[in-house]
Each structure stands twice: as structure tokens, then as C-alpha cells.
Design a protein around this ligand. Structure first.
Ligand code: ADE
Length: 235
């Protein structure tokens, strides 16, 4: 099985990359900044971790980079499954805690508003199908599940909150729906693994809270991903 991780930031991928001792493949994607790390797990299993790379001196985050990276990764690697691993904001009122890791049980965009037309509204919010392994993995590994909603901003505006509430959104990120969108077009199973860095209803400045908790949330993400990879290859 070829398992391909899509991770936005180097900091989110670092503990996982170090855990597996994976090797960087130089210039895997030509002039694009995304970086490929690979590791053979067994004769028939391989792990591929693709991070977005940088522009303007910082890790590329958001939907545009996630879409390009996912497309190039799928074309290059031809994976059996794509796993988007990253951080998210979540709600204290729903039981979220910093470093808690969830498996996505749904994914959509919360900031693409095209109201008044059913078809464009449906297209805009997305609601992409995720791998049927999502539920199985969550149950087998005793991990919580939640609906991921994706937008282009770290902060949250009242209209985003309203759409999240209308659709049962629990985990707010900046890439999940973009990765799932590309996977849906190319018919590749997609799994989402999200670790909480900040509490949307916690009253703190989101960026400060995100930066303070990034390393811890990424360590927890790595531990969850090790279990997920072991589960997938032992299936
Ligand atoms: N990634 C981590 N926390 C986030 C948040 N609150 N919103 C969007 N993406 C995030």
C-alpha cells in the first residue's frame, strides 16, 4: 500500500518525519516548493510525506498550496490513500482540548458563500466524501471523530461561525477541504487527521495560542499518525 501524507507546515510534519527516519527526495516536484519524504515500510508498503514548502520566508498554508501539493503528489506517487495531517481550531464547548487528535468524518468549506443558487451553493461548500476507512480507523484506534470545515483565514468571522453551526462543523482548518476536493476529482480515498492547537471559543488570540501549542499538537499528531500507518499496513 502506498500511503501519502499531505502536510502544510514543516513544523507539523517534523516529529512524524523524524519518527520514521524518512529520507528527503531532492527536486521531486521540479520548480514547485513542495518537498517529498519517502520511506519503505515493507516490501509492499511505502510511506510518502509531502509538505508544501515555503514562500516569502514562511511555510505555505491554505487551500491554494494544499491543492497544488495534493495534485502533484497524486500524479507523482499514485497513492492508494491520501492523508491530510495538520492542526486545527476546535470548540471547548464540544469537549476539545489542546493536542487532542481527531479523524475527520466530513469536510467542507465554511467561507465560500454563493447564496441563492442550489447548485453553486452545493459546489461551493463542497462536502466531499472521505475514505470509508475513516470510521474504521477511529473505532479501532479509539480516536474521536469530527467534521472539518476549511477556510482561508486563521481568525473566525461571525458568518463563518454561522455556517459551521448550520453544518455541524467542529474542526476548523485551512487545508482539509482543498485536499479532499482534489482527491474527489481523482477518485483517491482521503483521510483527515487533525490535532487541536487552539480553542475557537476560548477567548484567546488565535495566532498566539496556535504558535504556543504548535509543537505539542504536532507531537500528538505524530503519535496518532504512527498508529494509523501501523493499522493501515497491518490490515
Ligand atoms: N489551524 C490551526 N488552528 C486553526 C484555526 N483556528 N483556523 C484555521 N486553521 C487552523
Amino acid at each position: 500500500m502506498k500511503i501519502c501524507y499531505i502536510v502544510a507546515m514543516e513544523a507539523e510534519a517534523k516529529p512524524f518525519v523524524e519518527k520514521f527516519g524518512v529520507e528527503k527526495v531532492e527536486s521531486a516536484f521540479g520548480k514547485l516548493p513542495c518537498q517529498l519524504y519517502q520511506h519503505r515500510l515493507s516490501e509492499k508498503d511505502s510511506l510518502h510525506i509531502v509538505v508544501n514548502g515555503q514562500q516569502h520566508g514562511s511555510s505555505l498554508i491554505g487551500c491554494e498550496a494544499a491543492s497544488i501539493t495534493t495534485l502533484k503528489a497524486i500524479e507523482t506517487i499514485q497513492p492508494d490513500i491520501v492523508i491530510n495531517s495538520g492542526t486545527c481550531g476546535a470548540f471547548k464547548k464540544n469537549g476539545a482540548e489542546i493536542g487532542k487528535v481527531y479523524i475527520g468524518n466530513g469536510v467542507m468549506f465554511h467561507d465560500r458563500r454563493v447564496m441563492g443558487d442550489d447548485k453553486w451553493y452545493t459546489q461551493s461548500i463542497g462536502n466531499y466524501r472521505l475514505s470509508k476507512l475513516s470510521e474504521e480507523i477511529a473505532a479501532a484506534l479509539n480516536m474521536p471523530m469530527g467534521k472539518v470545515t476549511t477556510g482561508s483565514s486563521l481568525d473566525i468571522q461571525p458568518c463563518d461561525l454561522e455556517i459551521m453551526a448550520q453544518h455541524g462543523g467542529e474542526l476548523k482548518d485551512m487545508e482539509g477541504a482543498a485536499v479532499a476536493f482534489v482527491c474527489s476529482l481523482l477518485d483517491i480515498p482521503c483521510l483527515l487527521v487533525k490535532s487541536v492547537t487552539d480553542l475557537i471559543d476560548g477567548g484567546e488570540n488565535t495566532l498566539d495560542e496556535f504558535l504556543r501549542n504548535l509543537a505539542h499538537a504536532s507531537e500528538e499528531l505524530s503519535k496518532a499518525n504512527v498508529r494509523i500507518v501501523e493499522h493501515l499496513i497491518n490490515k
